[in-house]
Write a protein that binds this ligand. Structure first.
Ligand SMILES: [Zn+2]
Length: 487
């Protein structure tokens, strides 16, 4: 039995997986939600987004958003229609990004209904080798619309931007504040303090959100609470991986130099927020080093273009050298070879480019967006390359290409894979295992309890062992719906 005064945390998503982040905090005087993310991974995951956490949304005191990635914010657009009309707290850059993220998600959901009706939905699958073959899931019902423009607009009106490090009162005795998480622009860890009647000391919780590397060349470094939390909920996406930034840069420069010499077309599937800007920073340094030498780079994503502009407008969010660039009027993510494409017409115009070039386009999982068209045009060409960065979801085209697919079907065309497929680690914006441990070590003291979420089972298990050996007594790997008592 829980004590009536207990502070509890309930995990509603991203338990043993990397999407659907959603955690509830229940205190004697308030209930709040940290993140309300979408489950991702193809059509078979979609119905999970209609299964709501068993809670009364109308009576939540606040929803706190760690950052503007869809796996953390993708279901926010449903909040108003679920009866929630309280504040949605986030940092200023996240508040600048969320309206576009929510409204374009509403547009996309509606577009997919039309595509289903007209039989024009984008499709992709692996045809060979045998062990990688995937089928196109047959939809018996139209794609699900979680929320419309009108619903999203109602939630946009609830957004409340809070400066980093500034305590915000959520309810009597319940306060929260944001710390830099160095993951993408606006990303924050969330510290929560809860005064409990009859206790001298407040309950003290910290939610990592997604964490970036400890040494991040683009974003400002992490911030930590002033004293040790009782409980930390920490992401574990890369809990079983370790990267070298130097190796990454060298491999990236090699690929670009080969592409320039061989007049190759390099397709880089990317996400609009975070991954795209990390790639642009690498490309900007390749440009400065003379590696690109005029080879054009196309950023084929309006969302990525807008997010990149936000980086340049937010110098306090940036690492020291990028901040210094901004201060002297230099955009750290711009370089002469870069062309930003904002429309489908501009995107289709580069189909005619025959010289060596680099195309950054979404989605990062190769399951939708302009990258599918680029792949269909180039995957059977020996002078094309596909550069994969970061995690690929099982069952999707990017995962198949990564694991040696030799024949694929894209939007109805069966194609031999003749393009060279490369992978570079450490571009995802996520901390690796050493960074995660270092983030814990840099707390004023180790927490008593660490709850690992947002990681596949293998990643969670690996980092759990490391966290225990750091000296944390209680390391938990909860499932969906599990409640954890804090005090
Ligand atoms: Zn993220």
């Amino acid at each position: 039995m829980s004590s009536p005064a207990a502070v509890r945390v309930v995990i509603h998503g991203a338990a043993g997986e990397v999407t659907g982040s959603c955690t509830e905090i229940i205190t004697p005087s308030a209930r709040l939600l940290i993140d309300f993310g979408m489950f991702q991974g193809g059509p078979e995951q979609e119905p999970r987004n209609t299964i709501l956490p068993p809670l009364d949304f109308a009576s939540l005191n606040a929803v706190v958003v760690t950052h503007a990635h869809v796996d953390h914010c993708g279901r926010l657009g449903m909040l108003a229609k679920l009866g929630f009309h309280g504040p949605v707290l986030c940092t200023e850059p996240t508040a600048a990004l969320l309206p576009r993220v929510m409204l374009s998600s509403a547009t996309l959901q509606q577009t997919r209904v039309h595509e289903h009706r007209d039989g024009t939905a984008p499709t992709s699958r692996i045809l060979a080798p045998e062990h990688l073959v995937t089928s196109i899931p047959i939809r018996s019902a139209p794609p699900i619309v979680l929320f419309t423009h009108r619903h999203a607009e109602a939630v946009v009106r609830l957004l409340r931007a809070v400066p980093y490090q500034s305590w915000e009162r959520i309810a009597d005795g319940v306060d929260c504040r944001f710390h830099f998480a160095s993951h993408v622009i606006g990303a924050a860890s969330v510290e929560v303090r809860v005064q409990i009647p009859g206790r001298a000391r407040p309950a003290h919780l910290l939610f990592s959100g997604d964490l970036g590397p400890i040494v991040n060349p683009l974003l400002a470094p992490h911030q930590w609470p002033d004293d040790a939390p009782d409980l930390v909920v920490m992401e574990s996406t890369n809990g079983a991986r370790r990267f070298s930034a130097a190796d990454r840069t060298e491999a990236f420069f090699d690929i670009m130099a080969q592409a320039r010499r061989g007049q190759q077309r390099v397709l880089v599937p990317t996400f609009a927020l975070g991954r795209a800007q990390t790639l642009l920073q690498l490309l900007a340094s390749a440009s400065r080093a003379g590696v690109l030498d005029g080879m054009p780079v196309y950023l084929d994503s309006a969302m990525a273009v807008r997010a990149t502009e936000l980086y340049a407008r937010s110098p306090t969010e940036l690492a020291e050298s990028a901040h210094a660039d901004c201060m002297r009027g230099v955009n750290p993510l711009h370089f002469p070879e870069l062309h930003s494409l904002l429309s489908r017409r501009e995107s289709e115009a580069i189909d005619q480019v025959r010289s060596g070039c680099v195309v950054l386009a979404g989605s990062g999982f190769c399951d939708a967006g302009p990258i599918l068209r680029h792949l269909r045009l180039s995957i059977d060409q020996p002078d094309a390359r596909v550069l994969l960065t970061g995690h690929q979801l099982d069952g999707l085209l990017g995962h198949g290409l990564l694991h040696g697919a030799t024949r694929v079907e894209i939007n109805g065309a069966a194609l031999d894979v003749k393009a060279r497929v490369d992978r570079i680690e450490g571009v995802s914006g996520h901390a690796d295992a050493d960074d995660l441990l270092e983030w814990l070590r840099r707390m004023p003291a180790l927490p008593k309890t660490v709850v690992l979420n947002h990681g596949a089972e293998q990643g969670r298990a690996a980092i759990a062992a490391d966290v225990r050996s750091l000296g944390v007594a209680n390391v938990l790997l909860p499932g969906i719906g599990q409640q954890i008592e804090v005090i």
